[in-house]
Structures are given as structure tokens and as C-alpha cells.
Design a protein around this ligand. Structure first.
Ligand code: HDE
Length: 704
């Protein structure tokens, strides 16, 4: 194919470009434009029919200044293809980042399942994983407050298995019937077309305030889980219970969890907002750069296994997707690990065209009766038909199984396969090599006995909407509880309708009286009536595993440090900080007023990785400011420098500074505390930078 050539891009982790790309032109056109001409070793530019293109800049004209001719098939083909380059974006999860990698099983589940991917220890299975936000369009920013999709396609020897999860283990609703409603409520409002990718608006909270089953999910989305620092630092959850089936057809329930090697980490809300302006592609770029430098993100796959009898004893119904099974109640068993190590060759071909489907499942794994999962089994295949435009989307390389597959389906838009012979049906007697059934190895469904009356019904066991919301809130650290209250105040302050704000605070009263009071105070609202719960709210034992702070790793590994320098800075101090941070696995960038770099005190030129105005401190986990007194004085009249320092302080980051930088720190209102370190104490800086300065928070923000 002519269009599989690699382009001469720079800075990508892919292989270098084809020879000659990027060379200057070798022929000037009649109008003075630059032409690049194939010299024999380079591929010819052709039409899609393979016709060589003589001139890629000028359309065919009747004469020098005359009209363009309709017969110009080269122009028409190029423009027509361009006109059709876009496909409908995903109705949810449109904005995404995909990466290739492998999954390796470390612990066999042979006792519970026949699935090879879960029983063959050491087997490396290729995967394609796509992370996403939910509400925004394909071009929206990476850091809104939103759930993150975490979808993994395992190309197993027994066919594709898609584990299409989120970074939150529960969901808004219990029944698929409500999915279009919740999505319509959170998406931009239909009359005005905004807000895009934000839940802080009337229609979302109107729906939520009238949907008590959402309350547990509301606690999760108002926590810092929805403003992650990096896609490399989020957990993933299969959400629903699935079944594992052994050879005898015996079923064990299973819940799937992904746990990041780097631990969990989030941003602060103000930081997330500023990142959105500074780098709308923050998460995509972070992943791209990590893969490019060989710092491959890794997750453990863990399972919770339980029998039907054990499930009966849970104080909730595990088929209800608004409930989780606390790890303290049913511990996680780690069974394998996923490493993502290869950026796609082409974003559209892979990340955009990948089609996940929870119904893609392999023998030995089966569905549960969770009514949300049951609805999903229909939706994904259906949506791909309109998004990718053909029932043959499974033939697109990123979607095709890597094991053999054969059946009698044929034809349709964009059919790429060329089946041979007369037989496209079964049973048949004309072709001995035509595919046939395999009763013994074919996909088995669990023989679940079903009985009862048909109806549009919901189980009584689904009626408790507040107990686990309370469990979540009360399991958080005080800092996280404060952030959650802060987020609720922020979001509800964007709601124009008073009755919606009141209704929400009414629900909070069932979750936690103190939370309700804090939010009411933050909104300037008298405590409203609480709605009557369908069943009494219970207290469950707190689950520290639900915290982020408890799961943060105290390390700079995989994180980023920015060092602000200017002309006259001390090179030795910069180098010792840079080395100390790099030694513990941090990425280090030098930021200077000019991208060309800074002339240090010893006269050497230190090139910059980023220019100050375009590289604010929100891009880093910790910062250092190494300046001469003159340099600091000069930067005192540069707002970007003041923001660099004051934001780092307000975002609870460790700041290393040398004495020369003091004037800038003073002007930025930095007050000495445990996180403000002398720049010559590189060790102290690394220790402080391994976490956030939570103790500083009350001094920089009025918290609810
Ligand atoms: Fe999805 N969801 N969903 N969802 N979902 C889609 O499929 C749907 C749900 C999730 O990176 C769509 O290909 C229904 C839960 C992810 O391409 C669509 C219901 C969970 C992705 C769809 C749910 C998810 C999607 C849109 C309720 C976590 C992105 C485009 C019954 C377990 C996958 C597409 C990717 C995408 C339907 C609920 C996760 C419309 C009907 C619960 C990660 O088919």
C-alpha cells in the first residue's frame, strides 16, 4: 500500500522516517513554490489507483490564469478523500488515548476457569488499551472532572476478550434503561451547546438529584479520582460481576481490578483547570512521553472471587452496579500484570477505530445478570455499526483477533476478505474444508436456572442507595473529605436552580451529616429536608482501600520536576538537583525565560526544555527555582514567573530555592514551611517532593 510510509516526524517514539523525508526541495515550480521530487530511492507519490503524481501543488488549469478543469482526477480524488476523513465520534468516551502492550499471567486460576488467558502462567498476550474521558468530544481537554474509561482488548489465543472498564468501580445507574438519560444530562445542554465536558451544570445535577441510586457514584466523581495526575496513575475496574466457568460448568463470580505500579495520584482542582489551559493534551502527552523514554506504565490485574453462597451473605446485591465489594471484606488476589510499551503507529487507524465490546468474551468467562451489563452487551456492537459504518469493522487490524477465525458471514460495506468457493452456509456437503461447530471447545454459557414472572421490575435488594455512599465518604482521609466537599460546593455553585441545590444537599444528609452541613454552608444554604430513603441507611466498616492518599506512592519515580533558571543561575546547584531527581526516576525539565536557554554564572549556556510562559509549574509535581539575585529581580516583573512559584505553592508542591531566588519567592507570597527547601539540600528536596504538602492546604485555600 502506498500510504503506509512513515513520515519524518521528530520526537515520536516510533522508528525513524523513511530516507530523504524532510530534505529541502529539489525543484522550484513556475510560481516559485517548493517541490520535493522522488530521486529514485524514495517512493513515488501516487493516486490511490497507483498513478504517479507529477505535481502535488497545482491543480490542472485551462491556461495560466484560467479555471480548474473537472477532468483533474488527481485533485478530485485528493479533496474527496479529505472531505470524508472524519467519522462520527463515540457518543461517550470520545476523547481517548490508546497504547499497545502485553498482559502476562503470573498466577493461574485453573481451579475456577478454563480460559487460557487466566490459566497459562507466563503466557504473554498482546493488548490494546484505551483510556478516555466520558463527557467531552474527541477534541476536548484531558483534565476535566470526569470518569476515566479504562478499556483493554486482550488478543487471546481463544479470541478477543474486551474488559471495558472505568477508573471507578461503581456506576451512576442500576439499569441500562437509564443510560441515555444520564448521558444526555451530563453532555452539553441541547439548546446552548455548553458546557462541554463538565458535569458542573443544571441538567446533570437535576437528573442526579432525582436519581438516588447515583449517590454512591456521586461520592466517587466528587473525589479526586476524577482529576487524575496521569493516566499511568489510575486504577481500573471491570465494575460488574462476571462469572468464571470451570470444565464442569461450575461458576465462580469474579470482579476485575487494575492497580497501577506507580500508585494513585491526583491533581488539585485549581491545578486541573490550569493544566487544561496550559496543555489540553496533558494526559495524552504524558503517556506518549513516558512510552518514548521507555518508562512503561504497568498495572497488576487482581481479582475478587466469590461463590453464589458467599454472595448471598453480602449486605448488598453484587448484581447492582452501584455497589462494590470492599477489599477488606473480600481481598484482592493479584493474577497478572499489563505493561504498555508501544505507541500506535497511527492515531486514527488504531485509537480512533478500535471497537471495544463487553460481549467480546472467551470460553471460561461468562456474564452475570447485572442489568447494566446486560444492556451493555447490546449497545457496543450496535454503536460500532454507525460509528465505523460497516459490519466488517472487526477486520480493521486493531480489532481483528490474532487467532484464526472463520464463519459464513460475508459481504457488506468495506468487505476486505475474499472468501473462496460456493459455500456460504452450513450444514453443507459440498466443501469438506468449510468451518464447522465445535461442541466441546465452543463458548459455554452458564446454565443459570431462571424462574419468576416477567416484568419491568427492580429487585428489592437494589433499594439501598446511601449505605455505600456513606462507606466511601467515611473511608476517606480528612483531606480527601474536604476535597470532596469542596468539589460539591464548586459544582453545585454552577447550578442556577435553587431547588436542585437543595435536593442534592438533602441527599447528602443521608450520607454524612457533617458533609451535608459543610456543603450547605459552602453554598450559603439553610440545611434542607432530606428525602425519605427506601430502606434504612446502614453503617459499614470503613474501607481505607477506597482512599487515594492511602494508595499514593511516596516517590518521584515516573513524575516530573521543573527547574526554573535564568541568566546568571548557578550551574552546580542546578546539576545537583537535576541529578538527584533523575536518580529517583523523575523526568526533569529546565525552564527559562527564553527557549534558547540561559547563560549561567560560569558563562556556559544551559539549553531550556521549555519557555517559561508556555511551561507553567502545573506541568510538574515539584519545582526548583535557581536564580541569581539579578535574575530573581528581573523575574519579579514577569507574571509567568510569579505564577510559576505561587501556583506551585498553592498546589502544595515541594519548592527548592536558592538564596538568590528569595525575592521572587517573597513576591509570590511563599511562606517557609516543610515543603520549601534550600536548593543545596537536594536530598531534602527529593524527600519532600515525594508527596504533596497536605499540611499547607488550609493556609492557601478557604476550605468548606
Ligand atoms: Fe460504556 N459505552 N456504556 N460503560 N463505555 C461506550 O461504545 C454503554 C458503561 C465504557 O475506549 C460506547 O464504542 C451503555 C459502564 C468505556 O472505545 C457505547 C451503558 C462502563 C467506553 C457505550 C454503559 C462503561 C465505553 C460509546 C449502560 C464501565 C470506551 C462508544 C448500560 C464498566 C471504550 C463505544 C473505548 C463506550 C454504552 C455503561 C465503560 C455507546 C449502554 C458501566 C471505557 O456503546
Amino acid at each position: 500500500m502506498a500510504n503506509d510510509k512513515k513520515s519524518g516526524d521528530s520526537g515520536t517514539p516510533r522508528k525513524q522516517a523513511s530516507k530523504g523525508a524532510g530534505e529541502p526541495g529539489t525543484l522550484a515550480g513556475t510560481g516559485g513554490e517548493l517541490h520535493q521530487v522522488a530521486n529514485g530511492s524514495q517512493p513515488q507519490l501516487t493516486t490511490n489507483q497507483g498513478i504517479p503524481i507529477p505535481d502535488n501543488q497545482n491543480s490542472l488549469k485551462a491556461n495560466t490564469r484560467g479555471p480548474t478543469l473537472l477532468e483533474d482526477f488527481i485533485l478530485r480524488e485528493k479533496i474527496t478523500h479529505f472531505d470524508h476523513e472524519r467519522i462520527p465520534e463515540r457518543i461517550v468516551h470520545a476523547r481517548g488515548t490508546g497504547v499497545h502492550g502485553t498482559f502476562e499471567l503470573t498466577h493461574s486460576l485453573a481451579q475456577y476457569t478454563t480460559a487460557k488467558i487466566l490459566t497459562e502462567v507466563g503466557e504473554k498476550t498482546p493488548v490494546f488499551t484505551r483510556f478516555s474521558t466520558v463527557a467531552g468530544g474527541a477534541g476536548s481537554v484531558d483534565t476535566p472532572r470526569d470518569v476515566r474509561g479504562f478499556a483493554v482488548k486482550f488478543y487471546t489465543k481463544e479470541g478477543n476478550w474486551d474488559l471495558v472498564g472505568n477508573n471507578i468501580p461503581v456506576f451512576f445507574i442500576q439499569d441500562a434503561m437509564k443510560f441515555p438519560d444520564v448521558v444526555h444530562s451530563v453532555k452539553m445542554e441541547p439548546d446552548r451547546g455548553f458546557p462541554q465536558s463538565a458535569s458542573a451544570h443544571d441538567t446533570f445535577w437535576d437528573f442526579i438529584s432525582l436519581t438516588p441510586e447515583s449517590m454512591h457514584m456521586v461520592m466517587w466523581i466528587m473525589s479526586d479520582r476524577t482529576i487524575p495526575r496521569s493516566l499511568r496513575m489510575i486504577e481500573g475496574f471491570g465494575v460488574h460481576s462476571f462469572r468464571l466457568l470451570d470444565a464442569a460448568g461450575k461458576s465462580t463470580f469474579v470482579k476485575f481490578h487494575w492497580r497501577p505500579r506507580l500508585g494513585l495520584q491526583s491533581t488539585l482542582w485549581d491545578e486541573a483547570c490550569k493544566i487544561a489551559g496550559a496543555d489540553p493534551d496533558f494526559h495524552r502527552r504524558d503517556m506518549f512521553e513516558a512510552i518514548g523514554r521507555g518508562d512503561f506504565p504497568e498495572w497488576e490485574l487482581a481479582v475478587q472471587l466469590f461463590t453464589e453462597e458467599e454472595a448471598e451473605k453480602f449486605p448488598f446485591d453484587h448484581l447492582d452496579a452501584t455497589k462494590l465489594i470492599p477489599e477488606e471484606m473480600l481481598p484482592l488476589q493479584v493474577i497478572g500484570r499489563m505493561v504498555l510499551d508501544r505507541w500506535p503507529d497511527n492515531f486514527f487507524a488504531e485509537t480512533e477505530q478500535v471497537a471495544y465490546c463487553p460481549a467480546n468474551i472467551v470460553p471460561g468467562i461468562d456474564f452475570s445478570n447485572d442489568p447494566l451489563l446486560q444492556g451493555r452487551l447490546f449497545s457496543y456492537l450496535d454503536t460500532q455499526l454507525s460509528r465505523l459504518g460497516s459490519p466488517n469493522f472487526h477486520q480493521i487490524p486493531v480489532n481483528a483477533p490474532k487467532c484464526p477465525f472463520a464463519n459464513h458471514q460475508r459481504d457488506g460495506h468495506m468487505q476486505m476478505a475474499q472468501p473462496k468457493g460456493r459455500v456460504a452456509y452450513e450444514p453443507q456437503s459440498l466443501d469438506p474444508d468449510s468451518p464447522r461447530e465445535t461442541p466441546a471447545a465452543g463458548f459455554p454459557s452458564h446454565a443459570t436456572p431462571e424462574s419468576g414472572a416477567k416484568g419491568r421490575i427492580r429487585a428489592e435488594s437494589f433499594a439501598d442507595h446511601y449505605t455505600q455512599a456513606r462507606l466511601f465518604y467515611r473511608s476517606q482521609t480528612p483531606t480527601e473529605q474536604t476535597h470532596l466537599a469542596f468539589a460539591l460546593v464548586f459544582e453545585l455553585s454552577k447550578v442556577a436552580h435553587l431547588h436542585v441545590r437543595q435536593a442534592m444537599v438533602g441527599h447528602l444528609r443521608h450520607i454524612d451529616a457533617d458533609l451535608a452541613q459543610r456543603v450547605a454552608d459552602g453554598l450559603g444554604l439553610p440545611l434542607p429536608e432530606a428525602p425519605k430513603p427506601a430502606v434504612p441507611v446502614q453503617d459499614m466498616a470503613p474501607s481505607p482501600a477506597l482512599q487515594i492518599i492511602g494508595k499514593m506512592r511516596h516517590t518521584l519515580a515516573g513524575r516530573a520536576v521543573g527547574i526554573l533558571v535564568a541568566d546568571g543561575s548557578d550551574g552546580k546547584v542546578i546539576e545537583s538537583l537535576r541529578k538527584a531527581a533523575a536518580d529517583v526516576g523523575a523526568g526533569v525539565k529546565i525552564i527559562a525565560p527564553k527557549v534558547g536557554g540561559a547563560t549561567l554564572a560560569d558563562g556556559t549556556l544551559l539549553p531550556a526544555d521549555g519557555q517559561l510562559a508556555g511551561t507553567p509549574s502545573v506541568m510538574f509535581d515539584a519545582v526548583a527555582v535557581v536564580l541569581s539575585a539579578a535574575g530573581a529581580q528581573m523575574l519579579c516583573s514577569e507574571a509567568a514567573a510569579l505564577d510559576f512559584v505561587s501556583d506551585a505553592f498553592a498546589h502544595l508542591k515541594a519548592i527548592a530555592a536558592n538564596p538568590g531566588a528569595q525575592a521572587l519567592l517573597d513576591k509570590a507570597n511563599v511562606v517557609p514551611d516543610a515543603g520549601v527547601i534550600a536548593a543545596d539540600d537536594a536530598k531534602g528536596f527529593i524527600a519532600a517532593a515525594a508527596t504533596r504538602q497536605w499540611a499547607r492546604e488550609p493556609s492557601v485555600r478557604i476550605l468548606p
